[in-house]
Design a protein around this ligand. Sequence first.
Ligand code: SAM
Length: 262
Amino acid sequence: MNEFKFKKKYGQNFIKDENLINKIVDSAEISKDSLVIEIGPGMGALTTKILNKCKQAIIYEIDVELKDYLEYKLNKYNNYKLIFEDFLGANVKNKLKEFDYKELLIVANLPYYITTPIIKKIIEDEILADKIVIMIQKEVADRFSAKVNTKDYSSLTVFLNYYYDIKKLFNVSKNMFYPKPEVDSSVILMSKRKDKEFIKDINKFNEIVRDSFKYKRKNLRNNLQGYDLVKIDEILNKYNLSLTSRAENVPLHVFIEIANNI
Ligand code: SAM
């Protein structure tokens, strides 16, 4: 497929290193019980290895110019559904109803320009995979796995860490791709938490976390005008925090306690 024109607008940086491909697929520990969702197969670098190991796969690719090549490359497999659609607009939950599976995995080298929207969609649409192994931009990986009291700790970090334990597995040099991107990457493993804290009202939790981080440089008193500040202060004080703290100082369990009590 020599004449293929790589599309920057679709974040097309394909992996060219066989060891890296194996390392990513092995990290997902795919088994014959697994239904795998792959987002953006490109020329199928990860796809054939995934199909060798999984029960079934649902594969979303936006670029229809890859259709002939992918169908040819995946010709010998019959355990996949290849869908040419923008993953962000796809009704994945509906699609999942067509499959019978014991565990759901997401494995992908994500298009970097929409990493955050994809992750948000997975959470908001409740496509709650048991495990997610994704290659993403290194800076974004740092944000997802950021610890409290660091500058990378954000509302998305808090949301993601409620649903998933997030671990950075390894960094990947930009030289491993064709065409070579401008940034380095990391592969992260997100494992669905089985011991999630109880949240009374998820919308209220989302709202308070979002508002707490509204203006990053402002403290909680400023960002949470309109909430019951007396009650919030009382809870914060139990953890050596106060209304003069910033959202980046507040651990997940404290946000949950606040949301459950106001
Ligand atoms: N998996 C291949 C690999 O590792 O070599 C390609 C990865 S490349 C970084 C990202 C892929 O996602 C491209 O094939 C691109 O066309 C596809 N893509 C981009 N935006 C998409 C979207 N909104 N929905 C589905 N696929 C998308």
